[in-house]
Every structure is written in C-alpha cells, then in structure tokens.
Design a protein around this ligand. Structure first.
Ligand SMILES: [Zn+2]
Length: 337
C-alpha cells in the first residue's frame, strides 16, 4: 500500500561534505570546531558513537526508504543536518560546501522523485552569494525551500543583510525552515545535553522573535516560516511578546503592528514529545499550520510520527489529514499521492 504521510523534518548528510572540509581542516580541528562547540565536549564525545550508529540512516537513500516504509511515510522532505550549515567557515569554502550539498540533495530527489523532496542550504555568512545560491537551488535544482540556522554567527535573523533573501523567498513562494544550531547560553547548557533539550527550542524562539520585532515579517507579509521542534517556546510565550509590545517602547521601535499579527506566518512541526503540548500547538496555530515532522534519524526526534498524529485524541479527522499530508503539499508545492 502506498503511504500518504509527508515528513517535513528529516536530515541527510553526505560523505563528500567532509572530504571538502578536510581539504582545509584537520580531523581533530573539525571535531572541535563543528561538534564540541555545538553541544559541549561530553555530548560531542557521546555523539561520536551515537552518530556512527545512524550513519546509514543519514546518508543512504535506500535505508531511508526502508525506514519510511516501516514508518508508513510516503515522502521525506530532506534537509542537511544542522552541523553542515558551516556558517563559521571562510566565505569561499562556505559557498563551495553549500553548492555541493544542494547538488547532492537535488540528485537524491531526481533519483527518487516519489519519495524525496528537499530544502536547500545557503552560505548565509556571505549574503550576496547566498542569494545567488538560493536562486540556483530553487530555479535550476528544483529544491523546495531553504533550511537556515536560528542565527548566523553574530548576526541575528532580523539583520538587514538577509532581507534580500527573504524578499526572493517571498517572491518564489517558498518556505524557510528554521533549525536551531549553536544555541544561546551554551556556557550554562553543557550538562545533561541541555544544549539540545533547552538550547534548541530556546534558539528557535529567539529566531522567531527576531523575525517579528525586526520588521522582517511586516516587510514581507507572505513569508512562510517553519519552526522546528514545535516552535520551541515561541507558541507558549507569544502572549508575553504581545503584552511586551503593548507596554514596552523597545518592542515598537521597528514594527507598527503587534507580534500576534505575524503569528500566521509561522508553521510548526509536531515534535513536542507530549500530546497535551501538541494539542495546545494545534489549538493556537490552527491545524493548517502544523506539519508532521520527525527529526529523523536523530534520537531526539519522534520515532513514529504517523502514530503520534494518528493517536492524538481530540482532533478531527480532516485536521489529522492536513497535519499528516495536505499542509506539506500546499507549503512545498508537492504533488498529492
Ligand atoms: Zn532536526
């Protein structure tokens, strides 16, 4: 039987990416610069073993398809692992790595057009090159949106350097998937994998606030933003942002309308690991704005997202279908199966 569910949050890694990286960095430098910095040393050491165990799932399309069939999923919308954003490398290398990854993503989609779609990665530390790569990835390679980090080095997502990219995405009608990486407060989040448990949702929340308060969403009102991990704390504190806008002058410096006005620009995956939290999310965002996602193949993901949605009590069947499939078709312009 053909599966209809579409999983919009799944990751892929390419062996060639690290070959390119090794031309510039030694192996232990790569480990420190890209992995220890993101999770702290203890978790990075543990992840070495854990990621070795999911390497096939990250890289091998056949393994992905077997897992999709087992999980009753029709299409994976692929994006690079956040470790491969490479916003911290030199400009020329960043461009080379983004181009390589987007070419590979496109190849995978072309080889298995019924099972994969993909979002591009961009060398955002070089905004003019990122803009060129965005155009190439969408128009030439057929990718269906972009995955970007929750910030780019010291630049927040509200930075005007990125506005031409938002403008082009709005014009193309393609979504932006924001995935947290190199999270805020790392000096306090190194124990207990809190870099991920708390840092990831926190950084997503900062990204959403930046897009609202900087005026990005007022300037580009049709922009569609997908937030990872149920949007982090954002759906829970949007009322606090609204109140802040009412009482604090800082919050009105760049926008004329209140934060809640822009809530409709956001879409959320289902990864909350709690049915009450997921019901709350669907309630506040609406069933048109929640999408099935798993974070495959990482251990912090939802191992069986179809079951999560199928067994969620208190929602209508038509809303289940939207979350499972229809919203993704509309957002990414996919063909219905
Ligand atoms: Zn992820």
């Amino acid at each position: 039987m053909k599966h209809t569910a579409i999983d919009i949050h799944t990751h892929v890694e390419f062996a060639g990416t690290f070959e390119i990286l090794k031309k510039r960095y030694k192996e232990d430098e790569i480990f420190g610069k890209f992995f220890v910095s993101a999770t702290g040393r203890h978790s990075a050491e543990l992840n070495r073993g854990i990621v070795a165990g999911i390497r096939d799932a990250l890289r091998d399309p056949q393994k992905k398809i077997r897992d999709m069939d087992e999980k009753k999923i029709g299409i994976y919308v692929l994006s690079s692992t956040p470790f491969a954003f490479f916003y911290e490398v030199e400009d020329d290398l960043a461009v080379e790595l983004a181009r390589f990854q987007n070419d590979q993503l496109s190849e995978m989609v072309k080889k298995y057009p019924d099972r994969f779609a993909a979002m591009a990665t961009l060398p955002l530390q070089v905004p003019n090159e990122a803009l060129k790569e965005l155009e190439r990835a969408i128009k030439m390679l057929g990718l269906r949106g972009v995955e970007i980090g929750s910030h780019v080095g010291r630049r927040e997502l509200g930075d005007e350097a990125f506005w031409p990219i938002y403008s082009m995405l709005e014009e193309l009608g393609m979504p932006i998937f924001i995935h947290p990486h190199h999270v805020a407060g790392m000096e306090r989040l190194q124990d207990f994998y809190l870099s991920n448990l708390i840092g990831n949702p926190l950084d997503t929340t900062i990204a959403a606030a930046q897009l609202i308060f900087s005026g990005v969403l007022e300037r580009y009102p049709s922009l569609k933003i997908i937030l990872a991990h149920g949007g982090g704390q954002f759906p829970y504190i949007v009322g606090r942002m609204e109140h802040g806008y009412e009482v604090r002058p800082e919050c009105k410096e760049k926008i004329r309308r209140s934060p809640m006005t822009f809530f409709k620009n956001f879409y959320f995956d289902i990864i909350t690991h709690n049915p009450d939290a997921l019901r709350y999310l669907i309630g506040i965002a609406g069933s048109d704005h929640v999408l099935l996602g798993s974070d495959y193949p990482y251990d912090m993901g939802d191992p069986d997202p179809v079951q999560t949605v199928s067994q969620l009590q208190g929602i209508k069947e038509k809303d289940r279908r939207k979350i499972m499939q229809e919203n993704a078709i509309a957002l990414f312009g996919l063909k219905a199966s």
